[in-house]
Design a protein around this ligand. Structure first.
Ligand SMILES: [Zn+2]
Length: 397
């Protein structure tokens, strides 16, 4: 029997379902960063397969897990990166089942994290297990990184491992959610800004004696809404976007004219668009507003910058993933861009490793919602696809 078949035969639906349910039944909610239990579970699974495991943490109760399947040092190495944390389940009333019961219905597993990202975590572990069980000797190393903190920015997860030089390889995949019919090769970046308007306190019965910072903020929000960031649309991602007014707070009391007001703005950028240019365009917008209303005083503060990321679709890892997917599902996945950010940006921009921005089982519209679920058959397919990618990328004897 050829090696590919031998490896694929090791992947059983029953084991995939058991592992996925066990992972969903182990809450790893972040914030507040409760990943310890799932980290220990994942480390234990990999160790039991005979995979070399290392645990690396910024905060001792939030360990990142690095598994390494050593190759013969004769081939290229591959990184499969995925995250173990999930967003909180939200209001229990919005769920039809307990979000941590991993209920099965209509061949789907329900629960917080079932889709984002425990489906691909399951597939990644099952793929490594199949390689081990089939007794394949890889030529290059396979590195498995199961990280914390992805849902809150990745600083203590993938970014930390990259900063410490613990993720090295020739190519990678951020194993996430792409319905297996897309291979995301580009992601948008982001700028989070906070604007504070300043006014002057006065008695609300005599508003003309003050300057109302909330009213000034209303003008700022409307001006920002009209702001067209000057950047040509990206082939896969479209143009940049701005969502103003995600938070507005100001004033001390209903009968006092407010002297300060804050609001935050979420801007999504595309590859090639510089942060400085975005900030300049924002400041110019406020400057123009002051020409119309000289009482407007506004400060801009940057809360967070996230780099966009992009790799060429000609990269070998993209070709390998496309071929493996077509082999398993019979359909050729599309090359696409993803609107949000993924941890791949650290591997691409900082470590210089060509990494698929996002690829795995599950649908994007199932992420972060109530009654989150994933199709079991897709997780099984993803395990097979990841296993074939490992064989092809790392080579085997
Ligand atoms: Zn998420």
């Amino acid at each position: 029997m050829d090696i590919q078949r031998r490896v694929l035969d090791q992947i059983s639906k029953k084991e995939v379902v058991e592992l996925l349910r066990e992972l969903v039944q182990t809450p790893s909610v972040n914030p507040p960063g409760e990943e310890e239990e799932i980290s220990l579970l994942v480390a234990g699974k990999l160790e039991a397969m005979g995979i070399e495991v290392r645990s690396v943490a910024v905060e001792s109760n939030r360990p990142n897990i690095i598994g390494r399947l050593r190759g013969l040092d004769q081939g290229t190495s591959l990184i499969l990166n995925t995250h173990m944390d999930t967003v909180p389940p939200g209001d229990r009333k919005d769920w039809s089942f307990d979000p941590f019961s991993a209920k099965i219905k209509n061949n789907k597993v329900y629960g917080r994290g079932a889709c984002d990202n425990k489906g691909s975590l399951t597939a990644m572990i099952m793929a490594a297990s199949a390689i081990q069980k089939a007794d394949v000797e890889l030529k290059g190393d396979l590195l498995l990184t199961a990280v914390v903190d992805e849902e809150t920015g990745g600083e203590k997860g993938t970014k930390y491992l990259v900063d410490k030089g613990l993720i090295k390889g020739d190519m990678g995949i951020a194993c996430g959610v792409s319905n297996l019919d897309k291979i995301y090769t580009a992601s948008r970046g982001g700028v989070r800004l906070e604007i504070t308007t300043k006014g002057k306190l006065a008695h609300a019965a005599m508003p003309h004696l003050g300057v109302n910072a909330v009213e000034k903020m209303a003008k700022v929000i409307l001006a920002v809404k009209e702001l067209k960031l000057n950047h040509r649309p990206h082939r896969l991602l479209g143009g940049p976007t701005i969502a103003p007014g995600t938070l507005i707070e100001g004033g001390v009391k209903i009968n006092v004219i407010p002297n300060t007001c804050k609001s935050s703005f979420d801007i999504r950028t595309v590859p090639g668009q510089s942060f400085d240019r975005v900030l300049d365009e924002f400041k110019e917008c406020l400057h123009n507003l002051k020409q119309i209303d000289s009482e407007i005083k506004a400060d801009v503060r940057v809360l967070r910058l996230t780099n966009p990321a992009e790799i060429s679709e000609k990269e070998r890892i993209v070709q390998v993933a496309r071929d493996a997917t077509t082999y398993v599902t019979g359909k050729k996945p599309k090359i696409a861009g993803i609107p949000g950010a993924t941890d791949a940006r650290f591997l691409i921009n900082q470590a210089g490793i060509p990494t698929i921005v996002d690829f795995g089982p599950g649908k994007l519209d199932q992420c972060h919602v109530a009654n989150e679920h994933i199709e079991i058959d897709q997780v099984v397919d993803a395990a097979k696809i990841y296993a074939l990618i490992v064989l092809k990328a790392c080579g085997y004897q």
